[in-house]
Design a protein around this ligand. Structure first.
Ligand SMILES: Cc1ncc(COP(=O)(O)O)c(C=O)c1O
Length: 285
């Protein structure tokens, strides 16, 4: 690197240091210290493929990824041996994954989501070319169960995919899975799927009192959370957890990576699982 380049980088670094002193959130948590794992940035970590299958590439952090996934699967009431997941690039990818599974499961289904839903959901629905209906929100941002009931009744001949917000972007409103399930039952819709967008509040909802109905034990089929928002990390990341049988339907083997193609991107960030892990083991390494 020549002197001009070095000076340009120093100026950039100083400006970021300056700006982060007055940054209180986006939402992103800036209160973290990952200095202990800086040596890992000398290595091209890549968790290519399915974390539960492994691959022919060995500079991975999949063993840590699995530990992180197991922690959240347990926190989210997933049944032992019946869940699957991976560490994503953020909330939008987790939502894309949930919707992708639903489209493969129920190609003719209708997707229902409230008007307070994050823009990534509408974009993902567009990418997947799925029909959808926007449901009214209540004043607090929570889905309007009466409007949901009305719309589901009008399309009760179709499988229903409900996108529940576990913390809306603007008001942190949480859609109640028991209310959603009651509506599905009332309308005798037996083919249904509930994806929870927990990008905002999913990582702490389990610790709230009273605990909201938002996880697998409450009827979720998949849950996406964010790592860089509430927890905090130097780069965007998230987690998607799904019922394993849903993932099995889309899995296909790819011989040259020695793994199953079950994730949205092939190459995956191998450093982000370590950030989650550092939270778990305060003094690590
Ligand atoms: C409720 C909700 N869902 C999804 C997202 C998208 O997350 P990401 O920016 O990590 O892709 C956000 C981001 O603010 C959000 O607030």
């Amino acid at each position: 690197m020549n002197d001009t380049d070095r000076a340009a980088l120093t100026t950039y670094l100083n400006s970021i240091e300056d700006r982060s002193r007055s940054c209180i959130g986006y939402p992103t948590n800036t209160d973290f210290d990952f200095e202990s794992i800086f040596p890992l940035f000398k290595h091209p970590l890549n968790n290519v493929g399915d974390p539960m299958v492994g691959s022919t590439y060995h500079l991975t952090s999949t063993s840590l990824e699995l530990e992180v996934l197991a922690f959240f699967a347990d926190l989210f009431g997933a049944k032992h041996g019946e869940w699957w997941g991976y560490i994503t690039n953020g909330g939008s990818e987790g939502n894309l994954y949930g919707l992708y599974l639903t489209r493969e499961l129920y190609p003719k289904a209708m997707v229902y989501y409230s008007e307070a839903t994050h823009y990534s959901v509408q974009k993902n629905i567009h990418l997947l070319n799925m029909p959808s209906i926007v449901i009214r929100s209540q004043a607090n941002g929570e889905i309007d169960y009466e409007d949901l009931d009305h719309m589901i009744r009008m399309h009760r001949h179709l499988p229903a995919i409900v996108l529940a917000n576990i913390g809306t972007t603007m008001t942190e409103a949480i859609d109640d899975l028991s209310g959603i399930k009651d509506t599905l039952k009332k309308n005798a819709v037996t083919n249904h799927y509930i994806h929870c967008d927990g990008a905002l509040a999913g990582s702490y909802a389990a610790f709230m009192e009273p605990r909201p109905a938002f996880d697998f034990s409450d009827g979720a089929d998949s849950i996406a959370i964010s790592g860089h928002k509430f927890l905090g990390s130097p780069m965007p990341c998230g987690i998607v957890l799904v019922k394993k049988r849903h993932r099995d339907r889309i899995a296909r083997a790819v011989s040259y990576i020695g793994s199953m193609d079950t994730t949205i991107s092939g190459s995956r960030n191998g450093h982000t699982p370590v950030f989650f892990m550092v939270y778990d083991k305060k003094a690590w390494p």
